[in-house]
Design a protein around this ligand. Structure first.
Ligand SMILES: NC(=O)c1ccc[n+]([C@@H]2O[C@H](COP(=O)([O-])OP(=O)(O)OC[C@H]3O[C@@H](n4cnc5c(N)ncnc54)[C@H](OP(=O)(O)O)[C@@H]3O)[C@@H](O)[C@H]2O)c1
Length: 219
């Protein structure tokens, strides 16, 4: 598939780009800066080449990446995600959009807590910024970027998703299963995204306390 990652130059994007390239997808790295997108694209291609994989990756402005893709991942920090979408709203038509966005704040004692926007979750805030023709799926909030980027290792994680369009969730399920060993669990409609997003600060606190890179597995 043609997959765009807005803010595709950042931490969570790297592992997704490398793993989906390995699975043969065509990737568009979006950025506020075309030059930065191109530099990071070259780095990703080099990493893939060292594994004997020829990645089909191009770097460009966020708006162009969104236009070029069938599936768009919003890999932008929570405070800028909805604003960035609003700025390039005309680039969206009928794509499937995926949000891994989680809004957290750090307290004085250094613990992280979930800090959703007034809409109730980052997913619902992002839905408000997108045209109604776009189908939004909430996914990937609980994946640790560092482990995800170790593309030679398969990750035995559960990915909990939610959304209001069954076909869009089926596409995201297939894309997730293209990253070997990952299992998708559909939690239901988009309004439940807060429950998935809220797990992330728990994982981050556990990772800091236990010096690990935990994710989620339901047994
Ligand atoms: N990191 C994780 O382990 C992880 C795990 C699960 C979910 N997430 C979620 O995934 C999203 C991305 O996280 P991340 O850790 O990958 O973030 P990040 O590395 O800090 O940033 C990702 C990209 O966002 C763009 N960006 C930064 N400031 C911006 C601004 N003011 N306006 C527009 N774009 C801006 C930058 O791209 P350009 O400079 O190229 O424009 C940057 O490379 C977040 O919403 C986070 O909650 C992260």
């Amino acid at each position: 598939m043609k997959i765009a990652l807005l803010g595709g130059t950042g931490d969570i994007a790297e592992g997704l780009v490398l793993r989906w390239s390995k699975a043969g997808h065509e990737i568009f790295i979006g950025s506020r800066s075309e030059e930065k997108a191109q530099t990071i694209t070259d780095e990703y291609k080099e990493k893939l080449a060292s594994l004997g994989i020829e990645g089909q990756i191009s770097g460009m402005a966020n708006a162009d990446a969104a236009k070029a893709a069938e599936v768009v991942i919003i890999s932008i920090p929570p405070e800028y995600a909805a604003a960035t979408i609003s700025q390039i709203k005309d680039s969206f038509t009928d794509q499937i959009v995926v949000t891994p966005v989680v809004s957290m704040e750090r307290h004085e004692d250094k613990s992280f807590v979930y800090n959703p926007p007034p809409q109730g979750s980052s997913a619902l805030e992002i839905k408000e910024a997108l045209p109604e023709t776009v189908r939004l799926v909430s996914a990937y909030h609980n994946l640790p970027a560092k482990e995800l980027s170790k593309v030679e290792e398969d990750l035995d994680y559960d990915v909990v998703i939610c959304g209001d369009d069954e076909e869009a969730k089926a596409v995201v399920t297939k894309l997730t299963e293209d990253m070997p060993n990952m299992r998708v669990l559909d939690a239901g409609p988009l309004k439940l995204s807060a429950m998935i997003e809220a797990i992330t600060p728990l994982i981050v606190n556990l990772n800091i306390k236990h010096k690990r890179h935990f994710s989620v597995k339901f047994v």
